[in-house]
Design a protein around this ligand. Structure first.
Ligand code: PLP
Length: 347
């Protein structure tokens, strides 16, 4: 008899369900009536908690997903004749169906290469100085993904170096933090050290991949950029009428550190997965594994064999290879079983 197919996968951290802390907060929020559109106590509490973890008075808005968070925040930084610099694998370029350009009425996304999914100061300078004439869309912002689409992490020093260059070139810094929690857990830093203290103007703080059912927080450290952002959210279809059900899970996650515990666990599962895979013949680990993703090149027959056994994972993200993503609920047993299946296929 064949073993039962796996119930958890390595395709994406958004395959995972809702973590207990977020679920409990949702249940707590589901009592009686509360004002709509964010005028409720849960949204106030979640906003205060975001300010507390960043140790600054930032402006905070809760939206439904990462595409909206990125697109609307970038639109608030740019005019239509501007451009946004990002890595060629960036989600805003590769996986948002042109939404950043759409919501900004045409701001162009300009792509940069760079090892391990990262941009660097020299690349930014090259891109800005390549053309300075009126015919070219004026660079206005640089977007960094933390952790990156290739599972690597920008250190505080790397972000600060980008900031110095960006400042000298008149660029704002946007951070796509769909997996910001994984980066904070991996680096062991205070959240402020890789955001506003390193020059980040706006962070799209990911909740969904961390265990929240639905929603991301747009955090403006440059509060001037947040002017009228509430109208932008409303027009973009991102103002939830029953906002408490978007914001309450954030309270559950942030009030006692569940967000970091879950991220650290996902990172640890990726560490274990890498340890299991690295010694296998015919397996090549593609990028430094620094957060919750392992990218590996596997023989075609092994990919097919794993899929026949029911495993789901992506092969189209980043720069090729299999992306194996761990989540807050990935277990050591999931990792062992996957590795054992792969080992058997390679024998
Ligand atoms: C790097 C990155 N940014 C943003 C997102 C958010 O996308 P979505 O619009 O699906 O919530 C994702 C999700 O896969 C992502 O990987």
């Amino acid at each position: 008899m064949n073993p039962p197919p796996p119930t958890r996968h390595f395709a994406s951290d958004n395959y995972a369900g809702i973590c207990p802390e977020a679920w409990a907060a949702l249940a707590d929020a589901n009592q009686g009536h509360a004002p709509g559109y964010g005028d409720d106590a849960w949204t106030g509490k979640a906003t205060d908690l975001v300010r507390a973890i960043f140790e600054t008075h930032c402006e905070v808005f809760f939206v439904f997903n990462g595409t909206a968070a990125n697109s609307l925040s970038l639109a608030s930084m740019c005019q239509s004749y501007h451009s946004i610099l990002c890595h060629e694998t960036a989600h805003i370029e590769a996986d948002e169906c042109g939404a950043p350009e759409f919501f900004s009425n045409g701001t162009k996304v300009l792509l940069m290469p760079g090892p391990d999914g990262k941009v660097d100061p020299a690349g930014i300078e090259r891109m800005v100085k390549k053309r300075t004439d009126i015919h070219y869309p004026k660079p206005r912002a640089v977007s960094l993904t933390q952790s990156t689409e290739l599972g690597t992490v920008y250190s505080p020093g790397e972000i600060k170096a980008i900031w110095a260059k960006a400042k000298s070139l008149g660029l704002k810094i946007h951070m796509d933090g769909a997996r910001f929690a994984n980066a904070v857990a991996a680096l062991g830093v205070a959240p402020k050290e890789i955001t506003w203290q390193a020059g980040v103007d706006v962070l799209c703080f990911g909740g969904t991949k961390n265990g929240i059912p639905v929603g991301e927080a747009v955090v403006f450290f440059d509060r001037e950029l947040a002017r009228e952002f509430d109208y932008r959210c409303k027009q973009g279809g991102q103002l939830a009428s029953k906002m408490r059900f978007i914001s309450a899970p954030w309270v559950g996650m942030l009030k006692d550190g569940a967000w970091l515990r879950h991220a650290a666990h996902a990172n640890a599962m990726a560490t274990l997965l890498e340890e299991k895979l690295r010694p296998m013949p015919q397996v090549r680990i593609l990028f430094p594994r620094q957060a919750n993703a392992v990218f590996a090149e596997l023989p075609r027959a092994a990919i097919d064999g794993l899929r026949q056994r029911g495993w789901k994972f992506y092969t189209f993200i980043g720069q090729g290879g299999c992306r194996l993503m761990c989540a807050w609920d990935t277990t050591p047993d999931d990792v062992e079983t996957f590795a054992a299946n792969l080992g058997a296929l390679l024998r």
